[in-house]
Design a protein around this ligand. Structure first.
Ligand code: URA
Length: 299
């Protein structure tokens, strides 16, 4: 039997986790817990000296004990794993995917979590489409047109993506479309690693709500961020990956993740149309997986 947590420490941890949750952080990593007697006396590898809580009423720093004292009562007594109980995302308590996506959007708020919020973005581009789509496309980040309209892939690259979707025999409204980062990087530069890392947990939560059967990562930024791999497009394309959104524990026994395929970004295909045939091969692989048939060319 693992040692029981001291109730006061447990409450302090609950307050701390709730504090992080309120900032949109749900992923926690634990060091292995040892059962040596001397370590049972100090059972959790958390240095309270390093923990600073902010009093929500006064905005002042306070100790975890004080944080625990003013925290809302937390129903954790019955469950052994405090992290599992508290780290459930708020949208996981609703069944309706439209409502769940709305909760994630509200959680994102008028986001200032990375520098992109002060580098000329007009609006956050959350994602669009069928909230129960079998197929999801993930791009890099909004450009000028998307920033203007608040919708992903509405510019020239979006027109090409629409044509690719049509060629598969479906409509844009049937799929879900989102990006790794939700704010336009200035001058359409590639998003930085830390910007992707800050923003992508929200995308992971969107994926966990939509529960697609297949995700198509459009371009290297999407592929590398979703797969946490640093390979070239040549290495990444041409196969499926098993994908589960990181940091999201599925509360749906019928969804244990999905397949992910990588293809070229439509903006790259506009610059180098000779690669369209390769992209079409990728999409045909996806169609086969989803049991889809392309419409006849002259239909
Ligand atoms: N490029 C992207 O990666 N995403 C968009 O939404 C538009 C262009």
């Amino acid at each position: 039997m693992p040692p029981k947590l001291d109730p006061e420490l447990r409450r302090a941890l609950a307050a701390r986790i709730r504090y992080y949750n309120e900032m949109g952080i749900y992923d926690f990593y634990r060091r292995p817990v040892s059962l040596h007697a001397e370590e049972i006396a100090a059972p959790i590898a958390v240095d309270e000296q390093d923990i600073v809580s902010i009093n929500p009423n006064s905005g002042e720093e306070m100790s975890p004990r004080k944080a625990a004292a003013i925290a809302m009562p937390v129903a954790v007594e019955a469950d052994e794993n405090i992290f599992e109980v508290i780290a459930l995302k708020p949208e996981q308590s609703v069944n309706d995917p439209v409502k769940a996506l709305k909760i994630i959007r509200e959680d994102l708020g008028d986001c200032t979590r990375c520098v992109l919020h002060k580098q000329g973005r007009k609006q956050i581009v959350f994602g669009v489409g069928n909230p129960t789509a079998d197929l999801m496309f993930v791009g890099e980040g909004p450009g000028a047109d998307e920033d203007e309209k608040g919708e992903p892939f509405v510019g020239r690259a979006g027109q090409l993506l629409n044509n690719m979707i049509k060629a598969m025999g479906i409509e844009r409204e049937q799929v879900y479309i989102a990006n790794i980062v939700k704010c336009r990087p200035p001058g359409n530069r590639q998003p930085e690693r830390d910007e992707c890392a800050t923003c992508s947990p929200f995308l992971m939560r969107q994926i966990a709500v939509v529960k697609p059967r297949v995700i198509v990562a459009l371009g290297a930024t999407a592929a590398k961020t979703l797969l946490a791999m640093n390979s070239s497009m040549i290495q990444l394309r041409g196969r499926f990956y098993d994908f589960r959104p990181t940091g999201v524990r599925s509360n749906d026994p019928s969804w244990d993740g999905c397949k992910l395929a990588v293809t070229y970004h439509p903006a790259f295909l506009l610059r180098d149309p000779r690669q369209k045939g390769e992209a079409w091969k990728d999409l045909q692989m996806v169609m086969k997986e989803l049991g889809m048939k392309a419409p006849k060319a002259n239909a």
